[in-house]
Design a protein around this ligand. Structure first.
Ligand code: SF4
Length: 328
């Protein structure tokens, strides 16, 4: 680990001003991923700007009937918050599927969005990795790639995004409130993370001096029929091979609203809104969910060790939605 200086930001404006002064500085909140990356010398900031003394911990109603989650509230408090549990149970389930209780006590809502991939080669400085060192190559393509992506990949990178929380936020059409040197703006969750393309070093679309201040959950009726299914190599403290955020609003046996986001399969939580819309008005049946799974995975591509994920993802989608619809 290299030497670094430490500074506390007293408010958002000070945080933005401080980080703008030094292109090799980083924000720190819970630090549950950043400190690991620093210990491994993958991240080498020479200054850390601590956000923890800024009061961004609210969980409160928005004017349009949604719920706002403060960026610096912990994942644990958020998951167990009564409003989140009753109005957005998909999010609560997804957060509790991730990490461990100790990590969820430290990790923040804003920080969760900035988790970096768990690709083994990204952490191994002895191997080429375009995300860590642009232009050096990708060791996972042609290497061992059991945990890697099957959708939205590029010739430069096949890494996956590791978060569970973000999969639910994608399904819930969350909005991210951001403050940067040019003021405040709102980023649709679908536009927050990016696919690798030929610049896999960038995980998201924010500027380096942007601060995430809160995450808004729009009002919805996705309460009774929701499932977060996480498939992994062991039952706790493991990242998803495939995860499915499945949510339905039903009218009789018909689908009135449907949301599907996949984790563990791409560089960002994966949504296919066209495939979802094909099911509106149709019966909630295993046959229709199989059709959805085939459509969503139609362009999936395996790289050898991870090819099993294509079939796994299809089966996981069908299982999650038949459970969500309570089809016996
Ligand atoms: Fe690096 Fe991405 Fe290739 Fe992993 S998949 S080695 S993160 S470029």
């Amino acid at each position: 680990m290299n030497s670094f200086t430490y500074k506390r930001a007293g408010d958002v404006a000070e945080a933005v001003a401080e980080i703008s002064k030094n292109t090799n500085s980083k924000f720190i909140a819970g630090g549950t991923n950043l400190l690991d990356l620093m210990k491994e010398n993958v991240e080498r900031p020479d200054e850390l700007i601590d956000l923890n003394h800024i009061t961004l911990k609210e969980i409160e109603d928005t004017e349009d009937g949604g719920l706002r989650l403060g960026a610096l509230q912990t994942n644990a408090v958020t998951a167990w918050n009564e409003q989140v549990e009753t109005r957005y149970p998909l999010l609560s389930k997804a957060i509790l599927a991730g990490a461990s209780p100790q990590l969820r006590n430290m990790a923040t809502n804003g920080g969760n969005l900035f988790q970096r991939t768990r690709c083994y080669y990204f952490y191994d400085l002895a191997t080429p990795c375009n995300k860590r060192q642009p232009g050096s190559g990708c060791s996972a393509i042609g290497g061992y790639n059991r945990i890697h992506a099957i959708l939205g990949t590029s010739e430069a990178c096949i890494a996956t995004h590791p978060s569970d929380m973000c999969v639910a936020l994608a399904a819930l059409d969350a909005k991210v409130n951001v403050t940067g040197k040019n003021g405040d703006r709102v980023v649709d969750f679908a536009d927050f993370h990016r696919l690798p393309g030929d610049e896999p070093q960038f995980d998201n679309t924010l500027q380096p001096d942007d601060v995430v201040t809160s995450i808004d959950l729009p009002k919805n009726n996705l309460v009774k029929n929701v499932v977060y299914l996480k498939l992994r190599d062991r039952q706790s403290y493991a990242f998803a091979l495939v995860s499915v955020a499945a949510a339905l609003e039903m009218e009789g046996g018909a689908i009135k609203d449907i949301r599907l986001a996949l984790g563990g399969v791409a560089h960002k939580p994966w949504r296919d809104k066209d495939a979802e819309s094909e099911l509106i008005g149709k019966q909630a049946s295993a046959e229709n969910f199989k059709m959805l799974a085939e459509t969503v995975l139609k362009d999936a591509k395996g790289f050898g060790d991870n090819t099993f994920k294509i079939e796994l993802a299809k089966r996981a989608i069908v299982r999650a939605f038949t459970d969500a619809a309570k089809i016996v």
